[in-house]
Design a protein around this ligand. Sequence first.
Ligand code: G3I
Ligand code: 9MR
Length: 581
Amino acid sequence: MLKQKLNAYVSAIITIGASLGLAGCGATEDNSTAGVVVHPYASSIKINQLGYLPNASKIVAIPTVSARKFSVRNASGEVIKNGISSEPKPSTLSGESISQIDLSSIKDVGKYELSVDGIDETSTFEVINNRYEDLHKATLKAYYYNRAGLEITPELGGKFARAMGHPDTEVIIHPSAASDARPAGTVISSPKGWYDAGDYNKYIVNSGISTYTLLQAFSQHEDYYNSLNLNIPESNNNKADILDEIAWNLEWMSTMQDPNDGGVYHKLTTLNFSGIIMPQEGKESRFVVQKTTTAALNFAAVLAKASRVYKNIDADLSEKYEKQALAAFKWASINPAVPYRQPEDVSTGQYEDEYPIDEFAWASAELFLTTNSNSFLTSFNNVAVTPEVPSWSNSSALGYISLLFDGKQLLPEQDYQRIKSTFLLLAKRILKEHEQSAYPNSMTKVDYVWGSNGVAMNKAMVMFQAYNLTKEMAYQVAGEGLLNYALGTNPTGFSYVTGFGKVTPMHPHHRPSEADNVVKPVPGFLVGGPHSGQQDKCDYVSDLPSQSYVDHWCSYASNEVTINWNAPLVFALAHMQSKYR
Ligand code: G3I
Ligand code: 9MR
């Protein structure tokens, strides 16, 4: 199967190359329980710590129990609901036995108290309208806080104000990126963009998927975003604030293309990770490093999508982005297999990806939608693999999403239906995982990797898109289960977004949060989350996949923040806000 796709990839490159005027170019959980682990911060009742929207599902988890009687009281102390929790199921991922309590029938706005027989502590929760507005704004404002080349003013940033860092107006071409037109040592300007994460570097493929996800959120919820004020420097212009935020990164991405050949540099970076310093203290030289196939294709996909979004907003910019996308795609057609290879003198993030076929399919889909040229649809159809949960290294689902939500008018009906049913294969798989899981979410063993919370949010995005396509509530509920997971219905008892919830990360691996003199971390960031990798060798309380998390600066493997984990959270929150408004 893969081999066939590989052949199709190669022949599609040749076909596209010709059309562009090139001469020729060549697991779910198992059933045993490993033993009980109680995370130091965990309470006995696992609940969304922010509370719930009136009409949203509200499924709570209680660990290490037999099914138990529960009751819910309203603010006046009256019992408004009681029952027995579900039959417990073992979870090898957390070492617990989990029973669920479904409180979804409680729809009246108010404060409630849940008590469970045999559990001493009770849990209070709120049912509240517009619950996710502040969180949603904060998860977008996090991008403003991570802007390179900009001062965060006291007026807009409050106690998180800081001076400008990394102007990136004098960036050096690294030997790995040298070409005749731009030999090593050439100085270029590549300002703006978002810092990737807790580090201060800027990486194309990770920037690309983040930017795309935010653009997709905007294009599916345009009315909502047109009236959303994020309190950023551009808030008083007449564009949607989310687009202004995205523009800060798109402008940077645009400079990462070598205009002489269309190739795209993989990253803009210092040679090594900096110490724990504020942005303005980072004075080391910055380099653009190696052109890669995945960077070019990711860039092509994102700029093609941006070109469509800007069509009615800024026609010149739209045209510029389309041209750049085509040039990057052409470069990738001539250089179809140039993976990232970390040069010896560089040690920052790699985002290495040996398998560019998914990016090729994604870029083909976006360029079809932008140019209406059927050759791109043909190459998508030839190359597209069954979609997977989106991540920086796997963009296979993104072309499907764009075709389904931006392409209904343009696609032949047969193609649309086939693309829809293939996309829904992924959604059905996730739904099954949700149904089989002990906790009320679809997280499985393979999802617990570096950035597991990003996996959870990308799964939520797939569920919400499946709901949008089918209007089947089961998908909506499964998506909400993942959002509730991130906000507290999980083994560690953390609400994983800084500043939101009763127990939230206080020490994320985020240099500004660690180096400023403010006790609280910069708000609105989703931390990476638990997994057993423990590459940072910090002091963890547990090796179990869903418990292996530590809220410490030391833990870059479980407690860093990044733009690509926040983006699907933004998407999920926009969906919740729009659906339940
Ligand atoms: O590709 C292999 C796969 O074949 C294997 O089966 C699997 C088993 O664990 O590992 C896969 O590789 C993983 C790789 O991500 C691709 O998913 C590595 O184990 C894992 O360590 C690696 O983690 C990445 C991490 O950087 C280290 O390279 C994260 O996905 C990525 O989000 C993270 O990104 C960093 C940037 O480099 C720097 N900026 C911060 C950012 C977040 O921490
Ligand atoms: O701080 C770095 C973080 O942003 C990266 O995601 C992570 C993985 O590449 O690496 C961190 O830097 C660590 C380095 O890899 C090893 N020495 C300790 C550094 C953190 O203090």
